[in-house]
Design a protein around this ligand. Structure first.
Ligand SMILES: [Zn+2]
Length: 151
């Protein structure tokens, strides 16, 4: 197990607005006007790759990722969901769960790719309270005693 890394953004900050907290990982909402509902699932401790986790933790991580995906589909009905694990800049295990719309800024490119249009008007809005409630229903109540990673 790796120690917390004090130069790592995901060891020193929550990485977004916390919407669910578990003992292994947390879910945070990213403020990104062009991509409402954009969430990250962040491992609470510092590890570099998914294959650094024991099998049961890999499965739990993916259970949370797929639950976030399903909840976002239900709440805001995007045209597509993108799942991504990159970590080139922040090598701390985390998954991006990104709702996409065919008229969003970069579609069909990845959100980090070349913009395809500037006049984006995504009508969807994420209700943070509904998101928190849905995640708590699906994943269990947030485990607030283990939130050492959330300042
Ligand atoms: Zn880290």
């Amino acid at each position: 197990m790796s120690e917390a890394n004090n130069t790592c953004e995901l060891c020193t900050t929550a990485g977004g607005e916390p919407v669910w907290q578990g003992s292994l990982c947390r879910v945070v909402l990213i403020e990104e006007a062009d991509y409402p509902g954009y969430c990250r699932v962040v491992l609470n401790r510092h590890e570099r790759e998914m294959s650094d986790l024991p099998g049961e933790e890999q499965q739990e991580m993916m259970r949370v990722v797929f639950t976030v995906e399903a909840v976002l589909r239900r709440l805001i009905d995007p045209d597509k969901i993108n799942l991504a694990s990159l970590g080139n800049i922040t090598p701390h295990v985390h998954w991006h769960v990104i709702p996409r719309w065919t008229k969003d800024r970069c579609f069909p490119n990845p959100i980090w790719g070349l913009a395809q249009r500037s006049d984006t008007s995504i009508a969807a809005m994420i209700d943070v309270q509904k998101l928190k409630q849905a995640l708590a229903e699906q994943l269990g109540e947030p485990n607030v005693t283990s939130d050492r990673s959330i300042p």
